[in-house]
Design a protein around this ligand. Structure first.
Ligand code: SF4
Length: 469
């Protein structure tokens, strides 16, 4: 039985960007999640990913809501000991070899804050204990400051094949105001050196919408990614995290307001146009690549709900539709591992219709929704019931209908999480009838159990899965 869709209440312009479209869906908390984890490993399907969280940073960047612990050699060495122990423990579990791991992501925090030796021994442990695919994408997220030759060599020797560097902006004055130490020349030379080594894929993050960022700075930053010869780039919208140093600085008047939605959406569109005019290809809502070497496997797969193993304090994972979050307090995490326990602090049951919603998210990330396919995913008649809303989106310049394809414009891609959130709610409503929402994840906050990729001043788990660093 299909229920009527309450689309009339949705026929209004979007005002505030949704960060995590899965947040307001009915979900159930799983009790004693560590006891469920081994069974879920057995149900887990390909493609399978792994996320490692390194919760240390040299300093707290102004725009970031994901800072946890101050970097320090001895404290990080002890943490890495436990991280490797956790990986080894998981390697002994039944089900761990059911599917190869296609991509590994070192996020944080700042993975490049670790010593060369620690980076190398984690990579060796991954190869020793986990079933990495022969062509596994292994990404090390890092910052320019402190990522020296010895560390880069240790990563390459350990099998890392992709570097994702948090740049945010190349502009020296803007970088310094945001807490970044390296100047434009240093950041540019660092990336150019990585590219010249020709040993790994090199990508970076840029953020649009920062206070003090001008159109000129933004266009120059995007153009520089091409000039340096990067393989890929993420263009992320600033997400102002409540309580972050940046939000507090703006509140105090020490910095001007961040860009409004109209300005941010224009920068997003112009950034994409600049890249595409230079021959780059958009491969997801926020990511462009210049070369086929860039596969972007991890980020693409996490956004569409792929299974993701999680290691480290504060890491988020996903198994058979169940999102889980590891203990975020470093000391508690280390104590759990020392006791031989998986340090899972929370787990959510799969939200209703999560497979259909995952497919919808995948389509939106690719930039077009097949309405005929939507009826097969949900139930016959869904796209017809949705038509007042799709017509509204078209009227707002968010979409263009081409046959059964509903293509997102650049403006629609800027608002794609809002579109996804509405579709997720309506899919549940059409199949199950009116639902109440649990509201158990704070709007604008980081949802528990999301494999971060996420943070650029928007990226999860630490970042949704947008990464900042
Ligand atoms: S942006 Fe990265 S390096 Fe800066 S505080 Fe956040 S997690 Fe740490």
């Amino acid at each position: 039985m299909a229920y009527p869709l309450p689309v009339a209440s949705l026929l209004a312009p979007f005002e505030r960007r949704v960060l995590h479209p899965w947040m307001n869906r009915n979900v159930r908390t799983i009790p004693a999640p560590e006891s469920v984890y081994p069974a879920l490993l057995g149900y887990s399907r390909a493609p399978r990913l792994a996320y490692l969280h390194i919760p240390f940073c040299a300093n707290h960047c102004l725009f970031c809501g994901f800072y946890r612990n101050k970097a320090g050699e001895s404290v990080m060495g002890a943490y890495v000991d436990r991280l490797i122990e956790e990986i080894a423990q998981d390697g002994q579990r039944e089900g761990i070899r059911n599917a190869p791991i296609q991509a590994v992501f070192f996020g944080g925090g700042t993975p490049s804050a670790l010593s060369a030796q620690d980076l190398n021994r984690i990579l060796k442990a991954l190869h020793e204990h986990l079933p990495l695919a022969p062509d596994c994408e292994i990404t090390i997220e890092g910052r320019v400051a402190g990522f020296d030759d010895e560390k880069i060599a240790a990563c390459l020797e350990g099998g890392a094949n992709r570097f994702s560097i948090g740049i945010q902006s190349f502009d020296t004055a803007l970088r310094r105001r945001m807490g970044r130490k390296a100047a434009r020349e240093e950041a540019t030379n660092f990336l150019a050196d990585l590219v010249a080594r020709d040993r790994a894929t090199v990508v970076c993050d840029l953020i649009y919408g920062l206070p003090l960022q001008t159109d000129e700075i933004w266009r120059s930053d995007v153009a520089l990614c091409h000039d340096i010869g990067l393989d890929g780039v993420d263009l992320y919208c600033l997400s102002l995290h409540a309580g972050s140093p940046l939000a507090l600085s703006i509140d105090k008047g020490a910095l001007p307001q961040a860009a409004d939605n109209a300005t941010a959406a224009r920068r997003y569109r112009e950034g994409g146009e600049l890249l595409e005019a230079a021959g780059w290809t958009r491969v997801s809502q926020a990511h462009w690549r210049r070369t086929p070497r860039e596969r972007n496997i991890y980020n693409n797969a996490t956004k569409t709900g792929a299974d993701c193993l999680a290691y480290g304090a504060g890491a988020g994972g996903m198994l058979a539709g169940h999102r889980f979050m590891q203990e975020s307090d470093k000391d508690n995490y280390e104590a759990c591992v020392a006791n031989g326990q998986k340090a899972i602090s929370a787990m959510l049951a799969p939200p209703p219709h999560h497979r259909a919603c995952g497919k919808v998210m995948e389509a939106l990330e690719n930039g077009a929704l097949d309405l005929a396919g939507l009826d097969q995913l949900v139930e016959p008649g869904f796209s017809q019931a949705l038509s007042p809303l799709t017509e509204h989106w078209s009227g707002q310049g968010l979409t263009e209908q081409r046959g059964s394809q509903l293509a997102l414009t650049a403006h629609g891609r800027y608002w794609h999480n809002n579109i996804a959130a509405q579709l997720f709610a309506l899919i549940g409503n059409y199949i199950d009838g009116p639902q109440t929402t649990t509201g158990n994840m704070p709007e604008g906050g980081h949802p528990p159990g999301i494999p971060r990729p996420v943070h650029p001043a928007s990226k999860p788990q630490g970042h949704p899965h947008e990464h900042v660093t």
